[in-house]
Design a protein around this ligand. Sequence first.
Ligand code: SF4
Length: 536
Amino acid sequence: MVTKTNGQWALGEHEPLNHNEQFKRDDDSLNVRARIEETYAREGFASIPADDLRGRMRWWGLYTQRRDGIPGGQTATLSPEELEAPYFMMRVRIDGGVLSTEQLRVIAGISQDFGRGTADLTDRQNVQFHWIEIENVPEIWRRLEAVGLETTEACGDCTRVVMGSPVAGLSVDEVVDVSPAVEEINRRYVGDPDLSNLPRKFKTSIAWLPDAAPEINDVSFVGVQHPELGPGFDLLVGGGLSTNPFLAERLGVFVTLEQLPEVWVSVVRLFRDYGYRRSRNRARMKFLVADWGVAKYREVLESEYLKAALPDGPAATLPATKMDHVGVHDQRGGGKYVGFSAVAGRVSGSTLESVADAAEAAGSRRVRLTPYQKLIVADVPDDAVDGLIEALKPLGLNADPTPWRRNLMACTGVEYCKLAIVDTKERAHRLLPELEQKVADLSPDTPISVHLNGCANSCARVQVADIGLKGQIVTDADGNRVEGFQVQLGGRLGQQADFGRKLRGHKVTSAELGDYIERVARNFIAGRTDGETFSD
Ligand code: SF4
């Protein structure tokens, strides 16, 4: 009798390999950089073999881009060669979303010189370019690395960008600034071949404030006060959305800032060794945590990796309402930080250059990107706040947005993503003025978040939105197969984190989306009691 294994290395289960495991074993994915610089950038797109093109190049933040004009309905029917254009999406990893205005200018310049002006702010605090040609990749790396930025392990089965509080070091509510721990992780472990072959992608959130989506990362550290040991961190593992969502679970331990990098790398190594590699669908760490339970997970982490027990610790307090930092806020040490909302994270190279100009004119040299596709300018003197807000308003960056604008997110969608079935970014841009006009009386205190995904994945976190929209082809009233969305209602992060409910047959065409959301919002406004939020 053949016993099926999960492909856990720690148990000696190295065979059989799926295709991804095979190419990762054949050659460390980080090695593709030398081939890009020495061969592909000189010989062009056609010279790139398939396993590098659609596999290893992700470890350097590069995905092939969807061919222009292919409708979402054809996504499942075309081969990769038919679907992809000879261009790349390139993701710049920006750990904690921390940028100087000098770095922002370099990003803006790359967008304008090599990305046809594209630059999207992602909900993991990255910047994403499109239309990148392989010939220009070495020059882009040169420019990025000259100012301390990189694309290393921005995608792929490795430790991706470390999410952090976008107001780390700025907030008056913060007790411990995690920047030293994040810098140490970056310096010691990003690009380390020992960690470059994980079962699947691995997502991290490290923040004192609970504002970097700790519930939905593979590993999260959130600030807590221990009654005897002082400030430190609660550790959560096994969160993630995608097609099988799980909320992260507390291990019940207490971690100090000094211990944090060692505990983080131990969690990564545990995942590398025990994570499931047989099937891609079960390879995220959340499946291991669900199968083991937290008691076994903690025991293995402590006994096999840390070689010491961690003390028990208190639970972090998750926020009652979303912390997106939009608007004007007092900054620790004086002055203000100001959070701006773009529509669904879409900006451009010229916009980012203007942001750098305006920030510097206001006396600032520091900018942050947030987990909600927003942008913050720090260190703004009190008397420069109004001028900064006025300077950014014509660029579509608003410090006092309507509740609809503030709470709208969208993934990349059919414009560039090869997996997409429907349009998202442009749809969000058309939807916003419609909602602002139709439901102008939505209260800022009880907003409704709307997240649009282009497919069944969850790059825009649909399961934790008030109205989550998952792109698919639906049937309209005349029987035509058209772009639309499956709806999930009432999801949220924070104190009562939960996934939205899928109502049977609850689907809407893209064309009817504005009317549909208006009806849902009107029902909510008519029936809500004092203090009731949409997800209540
Ligand atoms: Fe692409 Fe789907 Fe992710 Fe949107 S949710 S970016 S369509 S993979």
